[in-house]
Design a binder for this molecule. Structure first.
Ligand code: NAD
Length: 425
């Protein structure tokens, strides 16, 4: 599959570059971007496209053409004001690129409380009311996993770009349809997680790309705890530990080692009933709470991700104090271990044939936090630049999760069809 998501945004970017904002003009003509453009289109095509874009500029709203600068703030609407919104809202509310316009939750008190706490001017109790209410540019979907496909589709149909918590859709095919809908409507859709944005990921990717580890043979990732206690959806059909937890390691390992060709998995349920805060009686667990997924990368490397809701974990939901490796990579000339979780990394241990003693590097995580995805996307939208997180990567991870379920059902190895532009760094 080709990366068919870039042109929509690039068109807007080039329009802004040439017509509206001198600052963005510089962004577009940074050497890296110019090289990328040179690779993807010939000079003649580029000149032709710029000509076409000049003509298209006449279609832009006149206030934009008359203005001296591109729009600097992205208007954001948040849907789903539960647990994760308490992590997103503080981050979004501090961003100079974001204007929080509305909150929405089917539980009115939650939408109202979130709006009040973060001085958001509007709150709604349904997506329909939100979409027909105060206009905004980016819908940030923080609802139950099972709602994502439906709500993201409605958002796109109503002209909104989307940042979705994982998964971005409830099946791989639904994800492809959403991406195509976005393209048709000249919009974008992106999905969590944001693990590829950490400095530790950047370092590990660079080490691999430079060949410091030699030929990569194997890798492993794990993430688990005793399971969320607040909502039933994590344990219902289309919930489960893979879209909630394994998704991080899958994004990290595919981001580092490249696309996966096939998957073999074993999944099961260790705890058949659970007590959760939003149900009066214990619920039946329907989605996997224990998973082992083997991935064959196109490069030949084999990797393994284990996740579950039955892991005793003394580090709590925030992962504070986790000093052990959770992602490991082994090659013919070296090995490397990410310390802490990939969504909250604190360093990388590395040993190579030229420096056999393991040393710890990249202990500064800078400004990276796992909940920065929507803020980063808003900044990219405001600056008309392309984010590092790509739709195709999120879709690929979604296909891996689906393939793991098929593998468990059929007892067979499942080939994948999707891919994404790699390396990311
Ligand atoms: N909680 C975390 O720490 C965390 C971390 C990372 C990612 N996530 C992801 O974030 C998403 C939400 O998880 P959560 O823990 O915040 O769950 P939650 O149950 O605490 O919150 C979900 C909220 O969405 C609302 N909602 C459900 N359907 C809706 C609809 N159709 N319209 C409007 N509102 C609706 C619910 O009423 C609830 O308030 C999930 O995809 C989860 O995997 C959660």
């Amino acid at each position: 599959m080709q990366n068919n998501q870039t042109p929509t945004f690039s068109l807007k970017s080039i329009l802004y570059s040439f017509i509206l904002s001198p600052r963005i003009y510089i962004v577009w003509f940074s050497p890296e971007i110019y090289t990328r453009m040179k690779k993807s289109i010939s000079r003649k095509d580029f000149i032709q496209q710029v000509g076409i874009m000049g003509a298209l500029a006449s279609l832009l709203p006149s206030n934009l053409l008359a203005g001296e600068t591109a729009p600097q703030q992205v208007r954001v609407g948040i849907i789903g004001c539960g647990s994760v919104s308490t992590q997103y809202l503080p981050h979004l509310s501090k961003s100079q690129w974001v204007r929080l316009v509305s909150t929405c939750d089917i539980i009115e008190e939650r939408a109202k409380a979130a709006a009040s706490k973060y001085s958001v001017p509007n709150y709604y109790t349904s997506i329909e009311k939100m979409l027909s209410g105060e206009p905004f540019d980016l819908l940030v979907n923080l609802t139950n996993m099972q709602e994502h496909g439906k709500l993201n589709k409605l958002g796109l149909e109503h002209g909104r770009n989307i940042w979705s918590e994982k998964p971005m859709a409830n099946s791989y095919q639904e994800g492809v349809t959403l991406m195509e809908l976005a393209k048709k409507k000249q919009l974008r859709i992106w999905g969590a997680p944001a693990v590829v944005m950490s400095p530790q990921f950047a370092y590990m990717s660079k080490v691999i790309q430079e060949g410091q580890l030699g030929t990569i043979a194997a890798a492993h990732g794990h993430y688990g705890h005793l399971g969320p206690t607040w909502s039933a959806f994590f344990y219902e059909k289309l919930g489960g530990s893979m879209p909630d937890l394994a998704v991080y390691n899958m994004a990290t390992l595919t981001g580092l080692l490249g696309p996966v060709k096939s998957v073999v998995a074993m999944l099961n349920i260790i705890t058949p009933t659970r007590k959760v805060d939003n149900r009066n009686s214990p619920i039946k667990v329907e989605a996997e709470d224990n998973s082992m997924v083997l991935m064959e990368h196109a490069s030949g490397a084999l990797s393994h991700v284990q996740s579950g809701f039955n892991y005793f974990d003394p580090y709590g939901h925030e992962g504070v104090g986790q000093e052990k490796p959770t992602v490991s990579i082994w090659g013919t000339k070296g090995n490397m271990h990410l310390i802490g979780y990939d969504w909250a990394p604190t360093g990388v241990d590395i040993a190579t044939e030229t420096h056999e003693k393991t040393r710890r590097v990249v202990m500064d995580t800078g400004h990276f936090v796992w909940q920065q995805g929507a803020t980063a996307i808003a900044e990219n939208m405001a600056k008309a630049t392309d984010p590092m997180i790509t739709t195709l990567h999120a879709l690929h991870v979604l296909e891996i999760i689906e393939a793991a379920r098929k593998s468990q059902e059929t007892g067979t190895r499942i080939p994948l069809e999707s891919s994404f532009n790699w390396p990311l760094i």
